[in-house]
Ligand binder design. Structure first.
Ligand code: ZN
Length: 488
């Protein structure tokens, strides 16, 4: 805390009166985020076990290595190391030549070995950054480690459980830990940072980064300090956050809680706090442990990793265009609101750019992707989208017809042109327009009209033939119904 705090003026916003986090002015919010990401691999970090799908029965993806049985040795997963290096490179990190794994020792029933293999003083990468809006967020490190198992308590809470079970399917699953410096200044920024990270990870193919599936977990650490102070306040770290929305809310809540603690003369305690989605609040879980508590030491079963420069440069050269670069390019053609959506998703951006390259009009295509594709999540091939956009652009189909054709094309795999032709969308179906033509047909064919009214049903063929000659674009079904009605 800054020494001038005692003399600071009383904050003008009444305690508890402001919405959480909206309060500002005298306090500055300081946030760093630790993100755990499951890299896209088929197998676990140090053994040949497959990475279990979410619904796999408990303890079906385990072996001697991840169960921590004696007499076995771990072997690092090359795909996980590669994903971690790609992530580090995309985050502008330095890649040291030497890196090693360490044991982080603690006892918990979901950790059968009694330690987690992680990285301590020589991580896979250091000193990067990620630009989020106008903020340059420094990345302290990106390292590799392994996940733990999961405890399942019978009863709704740990302290009320009458028995507990352990599922070790996740024990040993690779995790990348991406640690930012405390450079974020609001809940909005922290959420945007996590979302930008997700876009980046998906773009480079390092992870699917699906928060709902637990492939991306964000743990913000939060403190507040007097605006202008250099010293950092005491921070709390938040866990159990399962969505970007929850990340945002949890930070707003926690900032407000800390402010109230300090303003009422108390001190923030350094601790880990959980986020309760049901109660929309954070709660104390445990006092924060320090690095010394874990008795880190080099993993004796794994030799240090020498990261071959040629390999690192190969990975760097193979990185695709990064989201920030692509967004800048899209901004030259499209409004920022559209770029915010299209540029945040590699699939949408690919769809847009390829469709436009195939001749689709840019503005209406971007509009279509933002309003029709993004909300439904239904993707059509760029070729088909281009075809449909051209049909809509030249007035052959209405927007509603285009929407129907789009959905049908997604479902059946047929081309929009085929569907439009089959449904007669490209034809004139407007009744008032067709009525004028139908009346003209009856006037021009008095004999056929009289015959039809007298019961000669085949006279209709002559009338329809004349109508088709006059209006080849007429929708035959609508036109014949009109003729029938006029002759009735
Ligand atoms: Zn295993």
């Amino acid at each position: 805390m800054s020494s001038g705090q005692d003399n600071a003026p009383t904050p003008s916003v009444p305690r508890g009166g402001a919405a959480p986090g909206e309060w500002g002015g005298e306090w500055e919010v300081v946030i760093g985020v630790e993100v755990h990401v499951q890299p896209k691999t088929l197998t676990k970090m140090f053994c040949g076990c497959g990475v279990a799908p979410l619904n796999a029965p408990p303890n079906t993806h385990v072996c001697e290595v991840c169960l921590g049985l004696p007499g076995v040795l771990p072997v690092p997963n090359r795909a996980a190391v590669e994903a971690c290096l790609k992530t580090a490179l995309a985050l502008n990190c330095e890649i040291p030549r030497h890196t090693k794994f360490d044991r982080k020792n603690y006892m918990y029933p979901d950790l059968p070995k009694g330690y987690q293999i992680s990285q301590y003083d020589l991580p896979m990468s250091i000193n990067g950054f990620l630009e989020v809006g106008t903020r340059k967020v420094r990345i302290r490190r990106v390292h590799l480690e392994e996940d733990t198992g999961k405890l399942i308590h019978a009863g709704d809470k740990l302290h009320r459980a009458w028995e507990s079970f352990v599922d070790l399917n996740r024990a040993g699953v690779p995790l990348m830990e991406i640690v930012s410096e405390p450079d974020l200044r609001s809940a909005d920024e922290a959420r945007d940072y996590a979302m930008e990270l997700r876009t980046l990870l998906r773009t480079i193919g390092a992870s699917e980064a699906d928060m709902e599936k637990g492939q991306l977990r964000a743990e913000p650490n939060i403190s507040i300090r007097r605006a202008g102070a250099d010293e950092l306040g005491v921070k709390t770290e938040l866990k159990n956050i399962n969505s970007f929305r929850a990340l945002h809310r949890a930070i707003l809540y926690e900032v407000d809680r800390q402010r109230q603690v300090v303003e009422s003369g108390g001190a923030v305690v350094q601790e880990t706090r959980g986020w309760s989605e049901a109660e929309q609040r954070t709660f104390s879980q445990r006092s924060k442990e320090f690095a010394e508590d874990y008795r880190y030491f080099p993993e004796p079963d794994l030799p240090p990793l020498e990261l071959d420069r040629a390999w690192v440069e190969e990975l760097r050269a193979a990185l695709p265009e990064l989201p920030s670069v692509r967004r800048a390019r899209l901004l030259e053609q499209l409004p920022a609101t559209h770029v915010a959506i299209i540029g945040a998703d590699r699939e949408l951006a690919d769809l847009y750019e390829t469709a436009v390259a195939r001749g689709a009009p840019p503005a209406s295509t971007a509009n279509w992707i933002v309003n029709e594709v993004a909300p439904s999540g239904k993707l059509l091939s760029p070729e088909s989208l281009a075809e449909l956009m051209k049909l809509m652009h030249d007035g052959s189909v209405t927007r509603d017809q285009a929407r129907e054709a789009y959905l049908e094309a997604v479902e059946t795999g047929r081309t929009p042109a085929e569907i439009v032709a089959e449904h007669g969308y490209a034809q004139v179906s407007d009744e008032s327009e067709l009525r004028v033509i139908a009346e003209a047909v009856i006037d021009a064919n008095p004999q056929a009209a009289t015959d039809y009214r007298a019961g000669k049903k085949q006279a209709m063929q002559a009338l329809m033939a004349d109508l088709r000659k006059r209006a080849p674009q007429a929708n035959p079904r609508v036109a014949s119904e009109l003729l029938l009605r006029l002759l009735a």
